[in-house]
Design a protein around this ligand. Structure first.
Ligand code: PMV
Length: 327
């Protein structure tokens, strides 16, 4: 039996624009998905998933990967998680050259599904590491990141950047631009996250931005401007300038909002954080619902989020320097 875990992430800057070759800076956070695998005597895949996410409820699903789960949360989300486990196992079978390997898989995740915190990437990264090790093969972090990207690409039908999977595999702050992914230095970042209890549909949101870009030259310019913010943000990160990072996050959120990927609840949480004195705040990930990230070293933003209509949870998360690891 082998267990591996991998962190979720927030986008400090650059989601959506990264799809068009602009740089992005995701940062790993101290919330992990753990995947335990045990080789079976046959070639079947049996998946048990527990969602240990923020509001404390636990989802349990035991069944075959292609069965319809009988659970009390969005079935779509749980089914999607099963798809990611399936894709991770396929990558592990291929990497180890054992196409017929069957597994019992247990997923325990403290990262809400589809909420912009990289839950699927964390499950895929940890799943590939655990399953290959169970087959006696140890992959490099770079190969885990690459295979995890391919798994996400398959499940998301071509709509995936390398950002989430690379960040989850390596940990820390990373810079992603096209195929070029690397770790970058970052100070301790006082992340506060607000979660509205919902999720966005990444495919639809990415398609919406694509349509706007095709229709309006100023939407294409907006995407490029996000790239400029990211480049400036990298300098602020290197200088450890939290005030400047916050200003740039606010700007980035405004442009994401202009591109149609924010929502009322995300905007409310962003404003609650700003009113509470955060350095800055923005949505993280695909948007449409899910999470915002703010920078605040005080307790004010966390407290304010608890009283913000539409916010289900406000919590602090550390930048996690450690990527995928064996447990
Ligand atoms: O919501 P998430 O964490 O899957 O992030 C999506 C980020 C996008 O830039 C919108 C898409 C991508 O694959 O980069």
């Amino acid at each position: 039996m082998t267990t591996a875990s991998a962190p979720g992430k927030v986008y400090l800057f650059g989601e959506h624009a990264v799809v068009y070759g602009e740089p992005a800076v995701p940062c790993a956070i101290s919330r992990r998905a753990r995947v335990t695998v045990e080789r079976r005597g046959d070639s079947r895949l049996h998946v048990h998933a527990e969602d240990l996410s923020l509001d404390g409820f636990t989802v349990e699903y035991s069944g075959e990967a292609d069965a319809t789960p009988d659970v009390d949360v969005s079935t779509d989300l749980v089914e999607a998680a099963m798809g990611y486990v399936d894709a991770a196992v396929s990558q592990a079978r291929e990497a180890a050259g054992v196409p017929e390997a069957g597994f019992d898989v247990t997923v325990e995740s403290a990262i809400p599904l589809g909420a912009g915190l990289g839950s699927s990437a964390a499950v895929v990264v940890a799943g590939i590491d655990a399953a290959t090790r169970e087959l006696g093969v140890e992959l490099s972090t770079t190969e885990i990141a690459d295979r995890a990207y391919r798994a996400e690409y398959d499940v998301q039908e071509g709509q995936a950047s390398r950002a989430d999977t690379f960040c989850s595999a390596t940990g820390g702050a990373v810079r992603v631009e096209g195929e070029d992914c690397r770790a970058i230095d970052a100070p301790d970042l006082p992340f506060v996250i607000g979660f509205d209890g919902g999720a966005g549909n990444t495919g639809e949101l990415v398609a919406g931005v694509r349509e706007l870009r095709e229709h309006y030259s100023f939407a294409a310019n907006t995407v490029e401007t996000v790239g400029d913010i990211v480049r400036q943000g990298e300098r602020a990160l290197a200088a450890g300038d939290l005030a400047e990072l916050g200003t740039l996050m606010d700007f980035n959120h405004g442009l994401l909002s202009a591109l149609g990927v924010s929502s009322r609840s995300l905007d409310r949480m962003v404003w609650a954080a700003r009113d509470a004195g955060a350095h800055g705040a923005k949505l993280t990930g695909a948007g449409g619902g899910g999470c915002i990230v703010a920078l605040d070293e005080t307790e004010e933003t966390e407290t304010a989020l608890r009283f913000t209509p539409g916010c289900e949870e406000g919590f602090r998360a550390e930048l996690d320097a450690e990527g995928v690891r064996v447990e």
